[in-house]
Design a protein around this ligand. Structure first.
Ligand code: 5GP
Ligand code: MG
Length: 458
């Protein structure tokens, strides 16, 4: 997963990009970068490992001159977590400068890359995004538009992309529309961002989403849009609503908070429980828990308090850090929980390991009964389109029954929202979504070699 941001035609382009990335920080905490262009052929870049606030300061922002900028926050999926994989990826070549910020995951990278390497191409990183740059650089098409069409038409999989090609800003979404990307305007400048919360922060006005399969070109003549690819059945990532996006964002044109609350209401309808209080596992469970409490007429309490000075548990890929962070992140309030029958609302269960530690601390805090309700169905299949789920083997619901997951986590009862219930709770028609992580039905072809390993059950 990643967050991307771009702006064209503003004197404070890099400062606004910095703020945009700040708003998108939840989409990736591993590295951050900004590339800015001043129109006179000068391009500057600054990036580093860590949070936006660690990577940039007043001085570095000031050094990024120009009216056009692209930014990226990274959460590594394809390509390991090392500094040369930081984005935006910037190169200079015969057609000028190319900078790219990519969110998503391509599924035909291996074939494309092998093909190019056999003809002498040299790759500096292990990122999908570098491949896109190679395709652009190699294209023999004459004009910008056809070069981009030529490059993107060779990609399979998920991409929401912001490109800077010399002084043109380009935004594109793959024909399935897996990942979000929207357009905003600010003082006559155009803004592109993964989520609307980034527009809100800089007080840009939301204009519309880039449509699946659409490419927009923004330059001194304004915004030009093309839709060169054959239309596809849409496959917007439903997990953006379940967990990933910020609740104050509208993605795919619908609000995330309201959707999560509806998921919670539906969950209460499907799996009621006699209890003294409803509580979320903060923060991701907060909104479904509100819906659940409202629909079930059981008081909503906050039974654990989050320490806000650490990042998201899963964002650090190493197992050692993950366990450490689980413990440091949330602290139960004994006086709220003691002797109570509680219902904890989770947005999702991935490996089950965090939940297990949480439930143990809730028992130690004195909860008498612990019931868990999950606001999505069991996750049984890995994601090939950008969500950092583990292999099938590691997804707890792919190998265990719900009863056995209940025992593993240490619960009195465990129920998941149904697939139909989840789809019914969405503010968009169910045909719009990719639900592969819940069903194993992937909307694109997959590379056999990659998928074989990911899909092994044991
Ligand atoms: P588990 O108990 O399965 O170890 O962790 C469940 C927690 O992981 C939930 O609170 C959920 O919010 C969080 N989570 C959900 N999705 C993701 C994701 O994309 N990446 C990871 N891997 N963590 C997530
Ligand atoms: Mg969570």
């Amino acid at each position: 997963m990643c967050g991307i941001f771009g702006i064209y035609g503003h004197k404070d382009a890099s400062r606004l990009t910095y703020l945009g990335l700040y708003a998108l920080q939840h989409r990736g905490e591993e590295s951050a970068g900004i590339v800015a262009a001043n129109g006179g052929g000068k391009v500057k870049s600054h990036n580093g490992m860590g949070l936006v606030s660690d990577v940039f300061n007043e001085k570095t922002i000031k050094s990024l001159h120009g009216n056009v900028a692209v930014g990226h926050v990274r959460y590594s999926t394809t390509g390991s977590s090392i500094s040369k994989n930081i984005q935006p990826f910037l190169v200079a070549h015969r057609k000028g400068h190319i900078a790219i910020a990519h969110n998503g995951n391509l599924v035909n990278t291996r074939q494309l890359r092998r093909g190019m390497e056999s003809k002498g191409s040299i790759f500096q990183t292990s990122m999908d995004s570098e491949l896109v740059v190679h395709l652009i650089a190699k294209s023999d098409k004459k004009d910008k538009e056809h070069v981009i069409i030529d490059a993107l038409s060779q990609l399979e999989g998920a991409y929401s992309i912001i490109l800077m090609l010399n002084n043109t800003l380009i935004g594109a979404r793959d024909p399935y529309g897996f990942r979000p990307l929207c357009i905003g305007k600010l003082d006559g400048a155009y803004v592109l961002a993964s989520e609307t919360c980034a527009l809100d922060l800089i007080q840009a006005k939301y204009v519309r989403d880039i449509e699946p399969g659409e490419i927009v070109f923004i330059d001194n003549k304004g915004l030009r849009s093309i839709k060169p690819f054959p239309p596809q059945t849409h496959a917007s990532c439903i997990f953006e609503y379940i967990y990933f996006s910020r609740p104050d964002s509208n993605i795919f044109e619908k609000n995330v908070y309201l959707t999560r609350k509806r998921l919670g209401k539906q969950l209460a309808k499907e799996h009621p429980v006699k209890a003294d209080l409803i509580m979320p596992i903060p923060d991701s469970g907060n909104y479904a828990a509100l819906g659940f409490a409202e629909a079930s007429n059981i008081p909503y309490e906050i039974g654990m308090i989050r320490n806000h000075y650490i990042g998201r548990t899963f964002i650090q890929p190493s197992q050692f850090i993950r366990d450490f962070k689980v413990k440091i992140k949330l602290n139960p309030i004994k006086d709220v929980l003691k002797g109570k029958r509680i219902v904890i609302i989770e947005d999702s269960i991935v490996r089950g390991t965090t939940s297990r530690i949480r439930v143990k601390t809730l028992r130690e805090a004195g909860a008498k009964e612990i019931h868990m309700r999950v606001s999505c169905p069991p996750l049984i299949s890995p994601c090939f389109y950008g969500i950092d789920f583990p292999t099938k083997k590691e997804l707890i619901a792919s190998n265990r029954t719900i009863e056995s997951i209940k025992d593993f986590i240490g619960l009195d009862s465990l129920k998941y929202l149904s697939l139909e219930g989840m789809l019914k709770s969405m503010l968009l028609p169910k045909e719009e979504f990719c639900t592969a992580c819940f069903t194993g039905n992937y909307p694109t072809k997959l590379s056999k070699k990659v998928s074989k390993k990911m899909l092994e059950k044991n």
